[in-house]
Design a protein around this ligand. Structure first.
Ligand code: AMP
Ligand code: MG
Length: 315
């Protein structure tokens, strides 16, 4: 299959309207979308990615009002979060309506919904005239794509169209909050830190690592975000082991930076998050054998960043 590249949201949306799949930029990472109501189109997403069918897809909308079609009801706490963070990198899990095929939700009776805050994504979604089911646009298990080139690296020849945009701003996925219980719970840390969620909704809870999140959010069980290189986590830069085929990424420099093949010192946790997947892919192209990655303080965006680092290291 030839993969068509375009910068036109309308042209990309015409593929969705014809029941095909398209990769598109958002503020978090690139997504691979299909009309959420068309089962055959949604099935093509799982095929193109090699995604396990027990991993549900997030449904993306251009306008917050569209959530009403996808959800059986919108609990007050969900409404509070949607009002505070949409458009933006927040996914709310809601009881699903009959409009959502069970393939989208991997058989769950809930649906993840997000209204992205990204001008190109919004123009695309509006032009699709449909809710768009979209996981990240990478082959399953690989680092999420933060550029259209990364999408092409993984899915070129496997999907009909890529909507080209710039490099994504956040570089990490959305924060997923389960709003189906009395107390909303963060299932996956992401681009919106818990502290910000708690400002809007003080009673919000967090699923501890190894807690119920894996049962409630099947995607968090799967191997994820992994480059081909082995990822080694270090608490202090001094623990990073240098060699000609090792790379290093962290907030502070390793002891002998010149002994590494590639070194990226991020000036902030935000910059580290923005660069992480991009760096992983660059290391793969340079055939690094090991990536030493520094863990960051476990607060703010640091929780989501450490979560991705640990999952990449577990792969
Ligand atoms: P991805 O789009 O590849 O970043 O992954 C989507 C994430 O959202 C995965 O961790 C899924 O498990 C999670 N997710 C999507 N829909 C639901 C749902 N209905 N209930 C719980 N988690 C969900
Ligand atoms: Mg993904």
């Amino acid at each position: 299959m030839r993969t068509h590249l375009t910068t036109s949201p309308d042209e990309a949306a015409s593929y969705i309207r014809r029941g095909r799949i398209v990769a598109f930029p958002t503020e978090t990472v690139y997504g691979l979308g299909a009309d959420a109501r068309r089962v055959a189109a949604v099935r093509s997403i799982f095929d193109a990615k090699g995604r396990p069918s027990d991993n549900p897809l997030i449904v993306h909308i251009a306008d917050p009002a569209q959530a009403a079609e996808l959800a059986a009801c919108i609990p007050p706490a969900a409404r509070t979060l949607m009002d505070a963070f949409w458009p933006g990198p927040l996914t709310v899990i809601l009881p699903k309506s009959d409009a959502v095929p069970s393939l989208v939700t991997a058989g769950l009776d809930t649906v993840g919904v997000r209204c992205p805050g990204h001008a190109v994504a919004t123009a695309f979604l509006r032009s699709c005239q449909a809710p768009v089911a979209a996981p990240s646009a990478n082959r399953s298990g690989r680092p999420s794509p933060t550029t259209w080139e990364a999408v092409r690296e993984d899915l070129g020849g496997r999907i009909p169209c890529i909507l080209k945009g710039g490099r994504t701003e956040a570089g990490l996925e959305s924060t997923v909050v389960d709003c189906t219980e009395a107390v909303p719970v963060v299932l996956r840390p992401g681009a919106i830190p818990e502290e910000a969620l708690a400002d809007a909704l003080p009673e919000i809870g967090v699923e501890p690592p190894g807690g119920d999140a894996a049962a409630k959010s099947p995607g968090t069980r799967h191997r994820h975000y992994a480059p081909r290189a082995r990822v080694t986590l270090v608490a202090e830069p001094g623990e990073a082991v240098a060699s000609a085929d090792a790379a290093y990424i962290g907030l502070r420099a390793p002891d002998e930076p010149e002994s590494f093949a590639t070194v990226r010192i991020a000036p902030s946790v935000e910059a580290y998050a923005h660069d992480l997947f991009h760096f992983f892919r660059a290391c793969d192209r340079e055939e690094a054998a090991v990536i030493c990655a520094q863990l960051v303080p476990e607060d703010g965006l640091g929780r989501a960043l450490n979560d991705r680092l640990r999952r990449a290291a577990a792969g």
